[in-house]
Design a protein around this ligand. Structure first.
Ligand SMILES: Cc1cc2nc3c(=O)[nH]c(=O)nc-3n(C[C@H](O)[C@H](O)[C@H](O)COP(=O)(O)OP(=O)(O)OC[C@H]3O[C@@H](n4cnc5c(N)ncnc54)[C@H](O)[C@@H]3O)c2cc1C
Length: 490
């Protein structure tokens, strides 16, 4: 290990492991410090979306992960009589990201695959069973004090150029940054029960079901293989129950399943919250994942948001550390990510409100004004907040599509870790020497032509995290776009 890593990551949960993978792909020297000796082996997240699979593709783990996941057909909201209130179907085929739009998975499987990939990276070192106890930064570096979690031995000190706190909800790094949380106001206790089916129960179905029952709301989730989950909203009265008694747990889910068909894997009571840190960076200290935001799991987007943080931050850290881009580039991390994740936090709360309050059509209408019993919900793909890129363009800061080329290759696999420029016939005579990235011409690939036409552009510049930096509609515009990109990077 390098004596002075470029980046130290505090916390080796899914966010830290994804960030370590991406930074390792950029060839940075990375040290990951994790308090626990082993992976947390019980499931929390069960869903991720197509954008996240695309990030895992960049991290080099998509093929292996694909063996472990299940395509999710969608989510249905039903009333206490089972009547459909609202449908959130997911298309069965491959979508614009080059992947299915929604996947079910088992979080420990993902974490194992992320960690296995890191084992092969020479520039990434992991230190599990160690906790960071203190952080001090100067203008040049950060000093981390690290102790063994079992208390044996003396503290060790490391110096790193940057420290990213992927250290979860009770983040030490967040407290050193001095960031409070903006609280959007959702505080509810839910019981999460994971079971393993011991005999087939096809009647439970493959859709996730939100049981909108004011008596006691509940969510059913169909996991991969024989895994099934129920999340139960706890009333004030329920909170007095003895959850260490397995009969109490079975009693709360016996409407759907009994010990004849399944065994309990685990259960836990969570307080679901909706908070976003007010400050994501202070000098050389940054936050990502649950350390920066937490949301109720009704959309299955908490881990997804942490993965997006990692993708947004990795290339910016690599640019600052390897290419000499001024650290002011890192200011765009919070300005882009905070408004983006806040939309998911608020949407998750709205779903929670719907699940809790929709016994009647009136309550349903209040929670979702367009809901009339046959309403459909669409997935959320908001733009990033203000950050890089030319202002005032509709495409700017939106996620690009991942084109699948005539060779069946996925565009990101060709682009690698830099930016990409897509050019149509009118733009392809332009000198692109000033652009240090992957260039793809519409004359070589019809999908490029079609995509540019759809975006009403003759050129699109795509950032390394696959968001659109900007578009050009005339030849002069292309030169301007390239020069704006160069300015943003230097
Ligand atoms: C019931 C439930 C269901 C969910 N469902 C979904 C879902 O379907 N989809 C989805 O996207 N998200 C879901 N989530 C959210 C998701 O699980 C979390 O957002 C995600 O696990 C957060 O990952 P993280 O790496 O940011 O933090 P964590 O997983 O909390 O990891 C933080 C790590 O930092 C370590 N650490 C902390 N302090 C220190 C220190 N001082 N030194 C060293 N190490 C330290 C901890 O030991 C821990 O391993 C769900 C959450 C719950 C509770």
């Amino acid at each position: 290990m390098s004596n002075k890593p470029d980046v130290a990551i505090v916390g080796y949960g899914p966010t830290g492991a994804t960030l370590a993978n991406l930074l390792g792909q950029y060839g940075l020297q990375v040290l990951v410090i994790e308090r626990e000796a082993q992976i947390y082996d019980l499931p929390r997240a069960v869903h991720f979306d197509d954008e996240i699979m695309r990030i895992f593709q960049s991290a080099g783990i998509a093929d292996e992960l694909l063996q472990k996941v299940r395509v999710n057909p969608g989510m249905r909201f039903v009333d206490p009589d089972g009547k459909l209130l609202l449908d959130w179907p997911r298309p069965a085929g491959i979508g614009p990201q080059g992947w299915n739009t929604s996947y079910r998975f088992h979080q420990p499987d993902l974490e194992r695959i992320l960690r296995k990939s890191i084992e092969n990276m020479e520039t990434v070192t992991t230190l599990c069973g160690h906790k960071v106890t203190e952080l001090k930064q100067t203008d040049e570096y950060v000093t981390l004090t690290v102790e063994r979690s079992d208390g044996v031995g003396d503290p060790i000190e490391f110096e790193a150029d940057y420290v990213v706190g992927c250290d979860g909800a009770r983040s030490l790094v967040r407290s050193v940054i001095g960031s409070n949380m903006e609280d959007f106001g959702f505080h509810e206790k839910w019981l999460v029960v994971d079971v393993l089916l011991t005999r087939p129960r096809p009647d439970l179905g493959d859709y996730s079901i939100q049981h909108c029952d004011p008596e006691r709301s509940a969510t059913y989730v169909r996991g991969p293989e024989n895994r099934r989950r129920w999340e139960i909203s706890l009333t004030q009265q329920d909170q007095e129950l003895d959850f260490s008694d397995r009969d109490v747990i079975w009693g709360l889910i016996d409407r759907w399943i009994t010990p004849r068909d399944a065994e309990l894997e685990r259960h836990a009571v969570y307080e679901f919250r909706s908070v976003v840190a007010k400050k994501w960076r202070h000098g050389r200290l940054l936050l990502a994942g649950d350390a920066a935001h937490q949301m109720p799991p009704f959309m299955g987007q908490g881990l997804c948001a942490g993965t997006r943080d990692a993708a947004n931050l990795a290339w910016k850290l690599a640019a600052c550390i390897k290419d000499g881009t001024p650290p002011s580039l890192l200011d765009s991390y919070e300005s882009e990510r905070r408004p983006h994740v806040s939309q998911f936090v608020q949407m998750s709360m709205r779903l929670g409100g719907l699940i809790n309050a929709s016994k009647t059509q009136e309550a349903l209408a209040a929670a979702f004004p367009q809901a009339d019993g046959s309403a459909r919900l669409a997935s959320l793909y908001p733009p990033l907040g203000p950050g890089l890129g030319p202002k005032g363009q509709e495409v700017e800061s939106r996620l690009s599509s991942q084109l699948i080329l005539s060779t069946d290759e996925k565009l990101d696999d060709l682009v690698g870790f830099g930016p990409a420029l897509l050019l149509d016939d009118q733009a392809q005579t332009i000198d692109t020497n000033a652009f240090d990235g992957y260039v793809l011409l519409a004359s070589e690939e019809k999908v490029v032509q079609d995509y540019l036409a759809e975006q009403q552009a003759i050129a699109l510049l795509i950032r390394p995290d696959r968001y659109i930096f900007g578009k050009a509609t005339s030849q002069n515009d292309v030169t301007r776009l390239i020069s704006e990109w160069r300015q943003a990077m230097h």
